[in-house]
Design a protein around this ligand. Structure first.
Ligand code: AMP
Length: 196
């Protein structure tokens, strides 16, 4: 029998360092890094119909409709390379509906979420980080404080409950997300090592 895949979710508010850490963890454990934000920005760059639709939501700091992001993830899971050891989902799921769909999609492949790594960063630190990132990321949603505050509000309203959803499955490990990038990576790796 094949070993089960290691399927991780890196969870946290915008600016908590999910993307930075996901890249390192994907390398360390040979996982496919799936960032819905990156996939959506790719669609915008290529000026696809999906990208054009998504851009209006993203520029306001609102969530793109569930059906759009769920469809993208479904394609990625279906078309995955055979040599990966699992996935690290970054910026997904962001709603309970997305979490339920993800569980169903994985169950269809006899798989499950192994662990949810929840990065904890204070709200003012997040705003400071995103404003700093906005100076050179070129991202419209990082450039303006009102949009950043809206993203944090949307996070609390729609995405916060996703952590409770996985808490009920006893799958969440909270990790302090402030301090040196390298020591946060080490804390994440330690947490993952417990489940592999
Ligand atoms: P991110 O790069 O993860 O910060 O995502 C940037 C923006 O893309 C978000 O503010 C949303 O507008 C959109 N987005 C990314 N992932 C999702 C998702 N899972 N569900 C809905 N919208 C998303």
């Amino acid at each position: 029998m094949n070993n089960p895949l290691l399927n991780l979710i890196i969870f946290g508010p915008p600016g908590s360092g999910k993307g930075t850490q996901a890249v390192k963890i994907a390398q360390q454990f040979n996982l496919k890094h799936l960032s819905t934000g990156d996939l959506l920005r790719g669609q915008i760059k290529n000026e696809t119909k999906l990208g054009l639709e998504a851009k209006a939501f993203m520029d306001q700091g609102e969530l793109v409709p569930d059906t759009v992001v769920i469809g993208m993830i479904q394609d990625e899971i279906k078309n995955r390379a055979t040599d990966i050891h699992g996935f690290i989902f970054d910026g997904f799921p962001r709603t309970i509906a997305q979490a339920e769909s993800l569980d169903n999609m994985l169950a269809a492949h006899n798989e499950t979420i192994s662990l949810v790594l929840s990065l904890k960063v204070g709200e003012e630190e997040i705003v400071d980080r995103l404003l700093a990132r906005g100076k050179d990321s070129g991202r419209a949603d990082d450039a303006d404080e009102a949009t950043i505050r809206n993203r944090i509000k949307v996070y609390h309203e729609k995405t916060g409950p996703v952590e409770d959803y996985y808490n009920k499955q006893s799958k969440v490990d909270a990790i302090a997300g402030e301090g040196e990038i390298q020591s946060i990576t080490e804390a994440l790796i330690d947490a993952i090592t417990v489940v592999v």
